[in-house]
Write a protein that binds this ligand. Structure first.
Ligand code: IMP
Ligand code: MG
Length: 180
């Protein structure tokens, strides 16, 4: 069991990725991204709310000009099962056409959210369109889009922390932990 006052007594089994492991990998991703985009305008689109902590750390490790905006897509209704219907609740105001677009996601599970979203973004004629995910469960059967940048391969467990939530809790943990 993890002992941390942030948990308010909730049983959290184990830390899967600790703070320094995450920071090191985010630094590497920043360097990979810097290297990949040699020219042109780059817009990073963070998928709220899960990517927010990862996103803010990542953009500071990219050593080239860039812009930031956010997307809010909802695919989960009340439950934990994906409904398969993706709604853009907040649409970025920043121009997409002609720019390199990098969508930043917390974790790829079924890949449904991303698949639908990428179709919507592709219609706006970006110069390129790619995904950077902190975590990848590699169970995505529905994802037709390659996830160009991946932080870590994730175990098939329910993870919380560093932006990831369970019923909106635990997003503020500085590490990633397994709930059960
Ligand atoms: P997908 O459409 O099934 O790929 O759903 C991805 C979204 O589900 C992520 O952006 C998360 O918000 C959520 N999700 C998937 N797996 C986990 C997990 O282990 N912990 C917390 N949220 C998760
Ligand atoms: Mg979530």
């Amino acid at each position: 069991m993890v002992v941390d006052p942030r948990l308010g007594g909730c049983p959290v089994k184990r830390v899967v990725f600790d703070e320094s492991t995450i920071a090191a990998r985010v630094g590497e991703l920043g360097a990979e991204i810097t290297d990949y985009y040699k020219d042109g305008e780059l817009l990073l689109l963070g998928l709220l709310k899960g990517s927010v902590i990862f996103f803010s750390d990542l953009v500071r490790r990219i050593a080239r000009p860039l812009q930031v905006d956010f997307l809010v897509a909802s695919s989960y209704g009340q439950g934990t099962e994906s409904s398969g219907i993706v709604q853009l609740v907040y649409d970025p105001e920043t121009r997409i056409e002609g720019k390199h677009i990098l969508v930043v996601e917390d974790i790829v599970d079924s890949g449904r959210t991303l698949s639908r979203l990428m179709g919507v973004l592709q219609e706006r004629r970006p110069r390129s369109l790619d995904v950077c995910a902190l975590l990848h469960k590699h169970v995505a059967t529905e994802l037709q889009w390659p996830v160009r940048f991946v932080g870590f391969d994730a175990p098939h467990e329910f993870l919380v922390g560093y932006g990831l939530d369970h019923a909106e809790n635990f997003r503020h943990l500085p590490y990633i932990a397994s709930l059960m």
